[in-house]
Write a protein that binds this ligand. Structure first.
Ligand SMILES: [Zn+2]
Ligand SMILES: [Zn+2]
Length: 101
């Protein structure tokens, strides 16, 4: 995972990042812990040291659409009791292990 030349933030996920998002949605339930099937990915707002920029497409968590909407309406991941950034980091590691990323 080193040596990748990709310095600029791209608003659109690459094909590889999109495949990773679909894999997350297909294989993981909603990150909020509700147990619902995921339908979207959320970019945690909390920075992680390995995160390249605020909306890094490798740092995402799968979520159910309604839970995702609620998270944004509430406006804060803090107080949710869920470590979305930590989860995004662990999922990303698995994505690399599985050869998806
Ligand atoms: Zn949920
Ligand atoms: Zn989101």
């Amino acid at each position: 995972m080193t040596g990748r030349i990709k310095l600029k933030y791209n608003a659109t996920p690459t094909a590889r990042e999109k495949a990773y998002h679909l894999w997350l949605i297909d294989t993981h339930p909603c990150a909020c812990g509700c147990g619902a099937v995921s339908g979207v990915v959320h970019h945690p707002l909390t920075r992680h040291p390995e995160q390249r920029w605020r909306r890094d497409h490798e740092f995402v968590v799968p979520m159910h659409g309604l839970c995702h909407m609620r998270l944004h309406q509430e406006g804060s991941e803090r107080g949710s009791g869920v470590d979305y950034a930590g989860l995004a980091f662990r999922l990303r590691a698995r994505g690399y292990e599985e050869g998806i990323l």
